[in-house]
Write a protein that binds this ligand. Structure first.
Ligand SMILES: [Zn+2]
Length: 403
């Protein structure tokens, strides 16, 4: 039983990054991709020869030349093929120049392809071609005294077997134990790495708290308990910087050297904003999911994002959909409930006390209002968040009744 528990306490998570290899490293990547393709195709060719003997016997049996087809065609076995390959490698020195776990993985992959073929889930495995759009290989991470053969060093370098220290764009933190890394070359000659990790699920206590979240423009969000979540201050600084750099770009002659230089600068600020946003949203979503058992949010469709000239608005829209994505998967991980309230629900117009609908609260400028019916004074966003929570709980109770 412990075993099962152990397994369900972890999950796999992939992290993808752009790689910036030196020329030598790129050559090694290409070599490894080539050797993996070669080994895969060789193992496949050998199996096809075996299958062919079966076909000949079958043909003779069908023609009446044999009484039965006694020829037992061996199924493809990745383990046997791997042993075979180890022998072959002894006489083929160039195969030793690349990471052996990558070749093992290619043969293992062929084994999986054959398994699906035998189960009639997929067609017969095909030869890999140099012309395939996706050219990749996967290295396994082996551990020796806790040190992995694949690991992150010096902030933005990744150590890969037989390649060494490769620079990469670290757009997010990697957490968990590294299992393997897949290096991909795109048709345009860019390199990416996907690092697969085993992550331990953190234990979270059942919580008695519930929260409704109202997202805003001025502040990132207001919670139903009245907490206001501000956008990090440095966002504004970065926005200003982006505007400035974009202004400079618009004055450059398109295609000129200075224009290219400036374009890079703009891209850098964009990247900085994206990183700061990711960091803020990760922390916020984790905190909210840990603290609450039920989270209720409004279904806001992100539209006209690019048409909208308002930068702050654009950024907050992106943040919101990203935030929603994070809360969704974290609720799944930690066994919490997320309810999405319909987008036409008038959360800001309803009085959360008496449910009177105050149509006067339409303009975003109305920050505070008094209910004409019960005379309660409301903060616009706080009132909306309370309504979103109430509506979320109502939807949940309806679902309970349906079951
Ligand atoms: Zn009221």
């Amino acid at each position: 039983m412990d075993d099962v528990k152990e397994k369900s306490d972890t999950y796999h998570k992939g992290f993808k990054f752009r790689l910036y290899p030196t020329n030598e490293q790129a050559i090694q990547f290409n070599k490894t991709i080539g050797c993996c393709r070669y080994s895969f195709n060789l193992a496949l060719k050998k199996q096809k020869e075996k299958d062919f003997l079966w076909w000949i016997t079958e043909e003779m049996f069908q023609n009446g030349q044999l009484l039965s087809n006694e020829w037992k065609g061996p199924r493809f076995s990745a383990n046997a093929s791997m042993k075979d390959h180890t022998q072959f490698k002894k006489t083929t020195p160039w195969l030793k120049e690349v990471d052996s776990t990558a070749i093992q993985n290619a043969i293992q992959y062929l084994g999986e392809a054959y398994d699906s073929y035998y189960k009639k889930e997929k067609g017969r495995p095909k030869f890999k071609s140099k012309k395939n759009a996706i050219q990749s290989y996967t290295s396994k991470c082996n551990y020796n005294k806790g040190v992995g053969t694949i690991r992150i060093v010096d902030e933005n370098y990744i150590i890969l077997p037989k390649v060494g220290k490769v620079r990469f764009a670290k757009s997010k933190e990697i957490d968990g134990k590294i299992i393997n890394a897949t290096v991909r070359r795109t048709p345009s000659g860019k390199y990416f790495v996907s690092v697969l990790c085993e992550v331990k699920k953190e234990f979270t206590q059942l919580s008695m708290f519930e929260t409704g979240i109202d997202v805003g423009l001025k502040d990132f969000a207001t919670l139903s308990d009245g907490t206001v979540i501000h956008n990090p201050k440095h966002f504004y600084g970065l926005e200003e910087k982006l505007k400035k750099e974009q202004r400079i770009l618009s004055r450059r002659i398109v295609g000129s050297q200075n224009w290219h230089k400036q374009k890079k600068k703009v891209a850098k600020v964009h990247e900085k904003i994206a990183n700061a946003r990711e960091d803020f949203l990760q922390k916020l979503s984790t905190m909210l999911v840990h603290e609450n058992q039920v989270i209720s949010i409004e279904d806001i469709r992100v539209k006209n994002l690019l048409k909208n000239g308002n930068l702050a608005k654009a950024i907050s829209d992106v943040s919101w959909s990203e935030f929603r994505r994070m809360v969704t998967y974290k609720c799944k991980w930690y066994g919490k409930t997320l309810v999405v309230v319909g987008s036409n629900y008038a959360s800001s117009q309803l009085c959360n006390k008496c449910k009177y609908k105050n149509k006067a609260v339409k303009d975003l400028a109305v920050r505070e209002w008094e209910c004409p019916n019960c005379r309660t004074t409301h903060d616009r966003d706080h009132n909306a968040a309370k309504n979103i929570l109430a509506e979320g709980l109502r939807i949940l109770s309806e679902m309970d009744e349906a079951v």
